[in-house]
Ligand binder design. Structure first.
Ligand code: CP
Ligand code: NVA
Length: 302
């Protein structure tokens, strides 16, 4: 039976920990200059409906380092862009590739692709979730704190894809979570209900100070996600007061760390001094995309 990663909840808590531990091991091997290849040659197709720096580069480098090959596929250069159906594309690509990663506007596109593909499909970000990002985030927290059990994570900003996956991963990784967003940008009830069904409880507020109180980790993301560019000015107004700056970090636990999935907009959701300062784990977090996705691909290709 092939496995997909469309939602972070496609993994059990044990599988999530195994991927993170394997990623930490792969990182150590890479730092020691040791190769770790897949037992057979594999190919990864990467379909990007939207821009990417980290996801594209880390998947391509990751597959190369595992001894395989990755293909960047722009839907506009494929027959997909001329109306070939997702299900037909899925069936055909399954005859060439070992694995598909897709970054789509609609989550349903990734779900449809996975439904018709005979090979594993990975969600490389959709409007609903960003599970690969959260694997790297959990790895980064584990490296810093030794465990994610019992940590308090405060997410400040727009509660869309990244926040959704962070909420859904909370019961799997054992951290508590608080979310602060302006009215109209709070987490969707269905995501909160789905995560709470597995025992998690969240503090959801419109006050960033309240959310970061007692936090070990403060997490933020852009206020203007890909696809929301026409709302730029209205969003900048709506999110005023939600910047992660040094004053906000002071309200968290002593030694609290800051995460951002990137790309960042200094002076909007986060300030330069916080990004570049001692509480930032952001660059390790970006690097960890590579290790976490290598571990994920190894698991899906087993
Ligand atoms: N964080 C992330 O997914 O970055 P990219 O959009 O650059 O891939
Ligand atoms: N929420 C952002 C994440 C980018 C990695 C977006 O969807 O654009």
């Amino acid at each position: 039976m092939k496995r997909d990663l469309l939602s972070i909840q496609d993994l059990s808590g044990g599988e999530l920990q195994n991927i993170v531990d394997s990623a930490i091991h792969l990182k150590a091997l890479r730092e020691a200059g040791t190769d770790h290849a897949l037992p057979r040659k594999c190919t990864l197709g990467m379909i990007f409906e939207k821009a990417s720096t980290r996801t594209r580069t880390s998947f391509e480098v990751g597959m190369f380092e595992l001894g395989g090959h990755a293909l960047f596929m722009n839907p506009n250069d494929m027959q997909l862009g001329r109306g070939e159906e997702v299900r037909d594309t899925a069936r055909v690509l399954s005859r060439y590739l070992s694995l598909i990663m897709i970054r789509s506007y609609l989550h349903e596109t990734a779900v449809e692709l996975a439904g018709y593909a005979e090979i594993p499909v990975i969600n490389g970000l959709s409007d609903r979730e960003h599970p690969c990002q959260i694997l790297a985030d959990i790895m980064t927290m584990k490296e810093e704190f030794g465990t994610t059990e019992g940590l308090r994570v405060a997410y400040i900003g727009d509660s869309n894809n990244v926040c959704n996956s962070l909420l859904l991963a909370a019961p799997l990784a054992g951290y508590e979570m608080a979310v602060a967003s302006p009215e109209g940008f709070l987490p969707d009830d269905d995501i909160v209900t789905q995560a709470e069904r597995t025992g998690a409880r969240f503090d959801i507020t419109t006050s960033p100070k309240e959310a970061v109180s007692g936090a070990d980790v403060i997490y933020t993301d852009t206020w203007v996600s890909m696809g929301s560019e026409t709302e730029h000015d209205a969003r900048i107004r709506a999110f005023a007061g939600f910047t992660v700056d040094e004053a906000l970090v002071q309200h968290a636990q002593d030694g609290a760390k800051v995460l951002h999935c990137l790309p960042a907009h200094r002076g909007e959701e986060i300030t330069g001094p916080v990004m570049d300062g001692p509480s930032s784990l952001i660059w390790n977090q970006a690097e960890n995309r590579l290790h976490a996705q290598k571990a994920l691909m190894m698991m899906l290709l087993e």
